[in-house]
Design a protein. Structure first.
Lengths: 347, 347
DNA sequence: TTGTACGCGTTATCAT
DNA sequence: ATGATAACGCGTACAA
C-alpha cells in the first residue's frame, strides 16, 4: 500500500512494474547499454518521463563507484581570475556529463583540509584544487591519490613532487615581461610588491623580476621588494614606506591588481603623477585595471584557457579505464600576455 | 583475501572487525548516538582515525534520505553581488555541517532546467536559486517542492505564487532612493536604463523610479527609459540614442553598475562632464564604482546579509523534522542603502 | 549497552 | 535481449 508513503519517489522498480519488465532491463535501457531492443528502450524512456523518474545518484554511485561529480577547492570565488576559471570548468564539465562541487577555503589551510575530507566523503571522481598560499603540506590530498582519483592542481600548486597533475601559468615569463616593459619605458629604480614566497606563484614571479633587472644591469633595492599578503592595506603600507623617505621608485611591478590599484590610488592622493613620475604594472588583468584612471598595464593569464585545459585533463584521466596513470607527469603550461595601458605609457 | 582488491576503502565493517564489535555499534558511535559506552566511542573514533576511515556519503544518504548537501543555482558566479552571497552561504552552511553544490545557469533557462534535474538526482536536501531573468515558468523546481525539499529563491524570484521561500532586496526602495537623490541633486530630465520587465527586480525598480518622479512632478520621457539586458554594449547604445538628438538627460539611473560604468565612459569620451552636465547612479555597489573616476553613486544590497538570511532559513526549514512547512509564507526583505559618491555631487 | 537483520535504489554478474 | 539475484556501505527497528 502506498497510502501514507511520504516522500514517495519513483524508482526503476516502478518503471519495471508498469512495463512488466525487470529492473535490470530498465537500468540497461536508461544507461544506453547495447543489448536492449529499440522498442523496449523507447518504452522505458517514455515511461520514465511519464512517471517523472530521476535517477538516484547515491544509489547509482554506491553501486558503480562513480559519482560523475568533480570537487573543486579554491581560495575565493570572488577573485576575478578564479571566477573565470570556475565558469569555464563548470560549463565544460557539464558538456561531459559531470557536476561540480565548488568549495572555498577562504585561504585557510585548516578549511582546505576539512573541505578535502568532505569531498572525499562525497566520493567525487576527481579533485581540482587551487591551494592556499600557505599550503606546504599536501597530505590531505593523499587519500584521493591512493584511491586512484585524479588530483589536478592549478595556479597555486605544490612545489615538491606530488602524484598529481599540475596546470600553471607562466609566472616567470609574466613577471619578466612586465619588468622588462617597465625598463623599456625608462624606469631605472623599480620596486616589486610580491606575495609570500611559500607559493610557487611568487617564487616564479620574483625570479622573473630579478632576471629582467639583471639583464639590464639595474640594481634591486631590497627595501623596495615586499613579500606580503597582497591586500590593499599592505600595498598602501608598502607605498608609504617607499615614498616617505628620500626619492621613491620610478617603476612598480605588483604581483596582483589589487596592489597595483592601491598603488595608483596612493599616488593620486600624494600627487605623484602616473605614469610620468611613476609607472605601474599589475598582474591578472582584472577588469578594474581597465576602468581606473590611468588604466593599468597588467599580465593576462587567460583564465578560460586554464579552465578548458583542466577539464580536458580531468576527462582524459577519468576515461582511462584501462588503468592508465591518474596524473600527467609534465606540468601543463598556460601562456601569459602583457596588456599595455596608460599606467606605463611614455608620453 | 584482500589481494588485488583495487580501490580498497575502509568501511565501518573494517572498524568493527578490528575492534571485535558489530557494525551497528560503530555506526552509533560515529553518529553520536546516546546509547554508546564512552570508552567504546573513544575506541571507535581512534580506530577510525587510524584506518583513515571516511564516511561514504552515498551509502549514508541512500539509507537516511539526507545528503547534508544543498544545491545552488545562480546566473554567474563572476557577478560581484552573487560572488559575495555565495561566499557567505558556503561559509555559514559549512558551520552547520552542510556542503554546497554551486551551479551556474549562464542566464540560460534551459541550462537552469538541466541543473535543477541534476541537483534533484543528487538528492540535495534543499535548493537555493537565483533564477534567470527570463525564467517565468518555474515547473522545474516542482519536484523539490513535491518531495518536501525546501526551495529558497533570492534576488530573481517568481512573481506569481509558489510554495517556496522568497528572499529579496528592497528593489523598489533602492530605485526610489537613487532617483530621489538625483532629483535632490538638481536633475530635472532623468533617464532610466533598466532590465527586462520579466524579472521582479526590474519591475520593482521601475516602480520605484516612477514613484520618485511622480512625487516631484517630473515628466518621464519614454525615449529615455530602456528595458534591455544590462550589458555594456546595450548601455552604450542607449547613451548614443539619448545624446545624439537634441538635449540629452541631466540625470541617469542605471539598474546595474555595468551600465552606469558604461555611461560614464561614454560621457568621458563625448566630453560630457559628470557630474556637472550629467549625474549618474548605479545599482549593486560593485567595487568598480569606487575605483572609476568619478566614483559612482550606487545602491548597496548587502550581499552577505542576504547570504546569512538564506542559510538561517535553510537550516531552520531543514530542522523542522516535525513536519513543519517547507517554506516561509512571508518573503524575507533585505534592506538597501544608497552610497553617495562623486558622480552625483553638486559641487 | 550491544548485536542481528534488513533495506535504501541501483548496477554487475550470471543465467536463460 | 531479458530476468534473477547479489552487492555497494550505512542506519535503524528490534531483539538480546
Amino acid at each position: 500500500m502506498a497510502v501514507g508513503k511520504k516522500n514517495y519517489q519513483n524508482t526503476i522498480l516502478d518503471i519495471a512494474e508498469a512495463l512488466k519488465l525487470s529492473p535490470a532491463t530498465i537500468s540497461r535501457a536508461l544507461n544506453n547499454h547495447p543489448y536492449v531492443k529499440e522498442k523496449t528502450r523507447n518504452d522505458v524512456v517514455e515511461m520514465a518521463a511519464k512517471l517523472g523518474y530521476r535517477r538516484n545518484l547515491m544509489a547509482s554511485g554506491l553501486r558503480s563507484n562513480r559519482t560523475h561529480t568533480i570537487g573543486l577547492i579554491i581560495p575565493r570565488v570572488s577573485m576575478f581570475f578564479h571566477a573565470e576559471v570556475i565558469t569555464t570548468i563548470q560549463n565544460d564539465l557539464h558538456k561531459h556529463g559531470y557536476s561540480l562541487i565548488i568549495c572555498q577555503s577562504n585561504d585557510s589551510v585548516s578549511m582546505e583540509r576539512e573541505l578535502a575530507e568532505t569531498l572525499y566523503s562525497s566520493r567525487v571522481d576527481a579533485l581540482i584544487a587551487a591551494c592556499t598560499l600557505q599550503t606546504v603540506d599536501f597530505s590531505h590530498f593523499d587519500k584521493f591519490v591512493e584511491h586512484g582519483n585524479p588530483v589536478i592542481f592549478y595556479d597555486r600548486v605544490p612545489v615538491e613532487d606530488y602524484k598529481a597533475t599540475l596546470i600553471k601559468g607562466d609566472d616567470f615569463k609574466g613577471a619578466y615581461l612586465a619588468t622588462s616593459h617597465l625598463i623599456a619605458a625608462g624606469c631605472k629604480r623599480i620596486a616589486h610588491i610580491s606575495g609570500p614566497l611559500t607559493s610557487n606563484l611568487y617564487q616564479d614571479r620574483a625570479a622573473g623580476f630579478l632576471k629582467a633587472m639583471e639583464e639590464h644591469q639595474l640594481p634591486v633595492n631590497p627595501d623596495w621588494v615586499f613579500h606580503q599578503e597582497l591586500t590593499q592595506g599592505n600595498a598602501l603600507f608598502a607605498m608609504q614606506k617607499m615614498f616617505t623617505t628620500g626619492a621613491g621608485p620610478d617603476g612598480l611591478f605588483a604581483d596582483n591588481d589589487t596592489s597595483a590599484i592601491a598603488a595608483i590610488e596612493y599616488a593620486k592622493e600624494k600627487g605623484i603623477i602616473v605614469p610620468d613620475a611613476l609607472k605601474v604594472a599589475g598582474y591578472s588583468n582584472d577588469p578594474r585595471t581597465a576602468i581606473i584612471t590611468p588604466a593599468i598595464t597588467s599580465v593576462e593569464q587567460f583564465p578560460s584557457l586554464v579552465g578548458r585545459r583542466i577539464v580536458e585533463t580531468v576527462v582524459e584521466l577519468l576515461s582511462n579505464d584501462a588503468e592508465g596513470p591518474t596524473y600527467k607527469i609534465e606540468p601543463v603550461m598556460i601562456p601569459v600576455e602583457l596588456i599595455v595601458r596608460k599606467s606605463t605609457s611614455t608620453n
